[in-house]
Design a protein around this ligand. Structure first.
Ligand SMILES: [Zn+2]
Length: 271
């Protein structure tokens, strides 16, 4: 483990407030709450980057949830995020939306990597929190990729990259969906048991995402888990067998996703 990652995990485990500047990069409004909602009030200076707007362009999700347009749905998801951050007393968290359409992050890997690299140069955070590469959602995997690629770009400028710390999301576990745990990797996991008050506050944050109620009902609030991001090979599948998102009928497979990664690595000069 790098020294920087070890220091971040120790602050998390010790329940201390972060004086260090951090960045959080997630795919959708609500990912930050699911992964690290109880920690957000402890961040003194954080930039939360939402890569997508949470509204798939085919309009099916928007219509199913009673919105007249994808734009209205995206706006509602943004408002839910702000309500959740308020409920979570995340006063030290600034937000920024990159604005790629939901489910399309893998079509924009090069531009999003460059955006994140630019923000890393400006913000110079000590740590960056991110989602793992696990085949749960193609946008989550894209976020794992762009953060690693951006860290490599700034390292090639001679800057020291931040510690990359993962929060949990969800992935296939045989036929079922596993939430709140990581796929196995050679990295120690820091598990934080949430107190009763912290659980209640996290539940209140989750309840702010009214448009995502059925999806979020399956997420427990007892613990939050973190680890240093493994050195993934994004040209290989995250696990054997079918990926969770391949079951959703979105027309994207792991093979297509990895083809976009290969092209982005070429374009960014990172092969
Ligand atoms: Zn998500």
């Amino acid at each position: 483990m790098t020294e920087r990652a070890d220091a971040v995990l120790q602050i998390l485990a010790g329940g201390r407030t972060f004086k260090e500047r951090v960045m959080i990069v997630v795919a959708h409004p609500d990912d930050e709450t699911v992964g690290m909602g109880a920690q957000l009030c402890r961040l003194g200076d954080a930039l939360l980057l939402q890569v997508t707007d949470g509204a798939p362009r085919d309009g099916r999700d928007a219509a199913a949830r009673g919105f007249a347009s994808t734009a209205d749905y995206a706006l509602a998801r943004r408002a839910e995020l702000h309500a959740a951050l308020e409920a979570g007393r995340a006063e030290g968290v600034r937000t920024e939306i990159v604005g790629v359409p939901d489910q399309e992050a893998c079509l924009n890997l090069e531009t999003v990597t460059e955006h994140i690299a630019r923000r890393l140069r400006q913000e110079a955070p000590d740590a960056i929190f991110v989602q793992p590469y696990e085949g749960g959602h193609p946008d989550h995997d894209a976020v794992a990729f762009v953060v690693r690629a951006a860290a490599r770009l700034i390292a090639s400028d001679g800057r020291s990259p931040p510690a990359i710390i993962e929060m949990t999301a969800y992935h296939a576990d045989g036929p079922r969906l596993a939430t709140g745990t990581f796929l196995p990797a050679e990295r120690p996991v820091t598990t934080i048991e949430l107190s009763c008050a912290h659980r209640l506050r996290k539940r209140r944050m989750i309840d702010c995402f009214t448009s995502q109620r059925d999806l979020l009902a399956g997420f427990a609030t007892e613990v939050e888990r973190f680890r240093e991001a493994p050195e993934y090979d994004f040209l290989e599948p995250p696990h054997p067998g079918e990926l969770h998102y391949e079951r959703l009928g979105w027309g994207i497979t792991g093979e297509i996703w990895r083809r976009h990664v290969r092209a982005a690595l070429e374009a960014l000069g990172l092969r």
